[in-house]
Design a protein. Sequence first.
Length: 181
Amino acid sequence: MNLYRQSIALFGIVLPVLVCALLIGLCFTLKSRTLASLENKQTLFKSYETSRLKALEIETKITLQRPHITHWTELLAEESSSAVNTHLRTIAETLPSKEFQKTAFERSSGKGGFGSAVTQPSSQLRIVFRGTFRTMQLAFLELESRMPQLQLQELRIDPNPNQQNPSPLLNFQVNYTAWEN
């Protein structure tokens, strides 16, 4: 019997204990990998859900802004010089004629100013006015509110040299870059 003790101890006790320990270690490793994978997938799912909800929120905001986008597209489709003249006529009707006078209007065909640095189509408008400071502020506010595609490039204000006595009338020279489609 002594002869078989070593074989029985090796194959009956030590080897099964080693196999069981190996199986238990393998189970713990698989369990930890599975839990790590689960946590990773849950984190990814949470980030996906927050991104999806944010995208839906942005999409609803965009849907609410669609009428404004069509309005902007219509504004950009108009010819800038005729639209400015039309708006200036309607603005002039609401302001006192002694305090607001358009004296010159020029549209340059070439790109210049801000428009020369970008590929977006634009035109340059030069408008000269005579009026009081307060009335011109109102006129500019109204014009730029009606035509947000205008970008002020240059504004010069000079006293009116034709008046002998100190006059509240000033000469305004305004250069705009008008963005177009």
